[in-house]
Design a protein around this ligand. Structure first.
Ligand SMILES: Nc1ncnc2c1ncn2[C@@H]1O[C@H](COP(=O)(O)OP(=O)(O)O)[C@@H](O)[C@H]1O
Ligand SMILES: [Mg+2]
Length: 256
C-alpha cells in the first residue's frame, strides 16, 4: 500500500511558489526524510498534505484515500517553535488532545483513552511531568510532549516537522529509537530534517525538495553528490558540507 501520494501539488504564497508541481508516491512502513535547504517548501509540503494550507493546484491521497476519509489515522507534529507554548495547558492536556483527535472534543475520555495517554507519556519518558504547564518545559521536553500526543492518537501515518530541532543529543537518540520502533510496528513516518550528517542513518527513503521535487526514492539510490548539489544549490558552505558528509560516510561518489 502507498502511504502518501501527491499529484502536481502546488502552493503559491503571494505569487511566489513555495512548492511547485510535487508528484510522488511514498511507500508505507518506512521512515522517510524530507530534506532541502531553508525555504525549500518542506513545512509547506506537510501543511498541504494535512490541508492546513490549501493547494493552488494538485491533490493528495493518503493510504489511497482523500484525507477526510482517514484523518484520524494521520498525525501531524508541527514545528515546535510554530506553537504558542504560553497557552495554559498541562502536559497531560496536550497528550489527551491526541485522543480527542480520534473521538471528538466533547466526549469524556474513556479508561482506554487514559491508558493510552499514560502509555504515550511513558514512551517518551514524560510521566513525571504530566501535571506541569507546557510553558515550564525545556525544548526537548516540549518536543517529547508533542510526540506523546501523536503516539496517543495511534495513527498509521505521522508527519513530523523538524522533531530534532532544539533537543539535546540524548533526546534525539531517544526519539529516533522511538521512531524506529514505530516503523517496526508498520507505521509510516515522514520527517522533515535538515542535518545532512545524520540523514543516512535515520532515513531509508527520502524526498529531496527545492520548491520543486529534486528526487524521491530509497536513500542509497538518491543520497549522492549530484542530487545533493542539485538540492542544496551552489552556496560554497553548503557544497563543502555535502562533500564532507559524503566523505565521512565513505559514500561512493558518482563522478561523471
Ligand atoms: N504563510 C506564508 N506566507 C507567505 N509566504 C510563506 C508562508 N509560509 C512560508 N512562506 C514562504 O514559502 C517558502 C517555503 O517555506 P517553508 O515551507 O516554510 O520552507 P521550509 O520549511 O523548507 O524552510 C519560503 O520562501 C517562505 O518564506
Ligand atoms: Mg520548515
Amino acid at each position: 500500500m502507498n502511504s502518501v501520494e501527491t499529484h502536481n501539488l502546488t502552493v503559491i504564497y503571494d505569487k511566489k511558489p513555495a512548492i511547485w508541481n510535487i508528484d510522488f508516491t511514498l511507500p508505507a512502513g518506512k521512515i522517510i526524510g524530507i530534506m532541502g535547504p531553508n525555504g525549500s517548501g518542506k513545512s509547506t509540503l506537510l501543511k498541504a498534505i494535512m490541508d492546513i494550507v490549501e493547494p493552488n493546484m494538485g491533490y493528495v491521497k493518503l493510504m489511497d484515500k482523500p484525507l477526510d476519509d482517514v484523518r484520524d489515522k494521520v498525525s501531524y507534529v508541527p514545528q515546535r517553535l510554530s506553537v504558542d507554548w504560553d497557552f495554559p495547558a498541562s502536559v497531560y492536556d496536550v497528550v489527551a488532545m491526541g485522543r480527542y483527535a480520534k473521538r471528538g472534543m466533547f466526549k469524556k475520555l474513556s479508561s482506554d483513552d487514559k491508558k493510552r495517554i499514560d502509555e504515550s507519556l511513558e514512551m517518551v519518558n514524560m510521566s513525571a511531568f504530566q501535571n506541569r504547564q507546557i510553558s515550564q518545559l525545556s525544548g526537548g521536553q516540549q518536543q517529547r510532549v508533542f510526540l506523546a500526543r501523536a503516539l496517543a492518537q495511534d495513527a498509521d501515518i505521522y508527519l513530523m516537522d523538524e522533531p530534532f530541532v532544539g533537543v539535546d543529543a540524548a533526546t534525539e537518540q531517544a526519539i529516533i529509537t522511538l521512531l524506529k520502533n514505530m516503523r517496526d510496528q508498520g507505521k509510516t513516518l515522514l520527517v522533515v530534517h535538515h542535518d545532512l550528517h545524520t540523514a543516512q542513518d535515520y532515513f531509508e527513503h527520502m524526498v529531496l525538495l527545492n520548491t520543486r521535487l529534486v528526487a524521491e526514492g530509497p536513500t542509497e539510490e538518491i543520497f549522492n553528490e549530484k542530487i545533493l548539489t542539485e538540492t542544496y544549490g551552489g552556496t560554497l558552505t553548503t557544497l563543502s558540507k555535502v562533500a564532507n558528509v559524503l566523505k565521512e560516510k565513505d559514500f561512493p561518489m558518482r563522478h561523471k
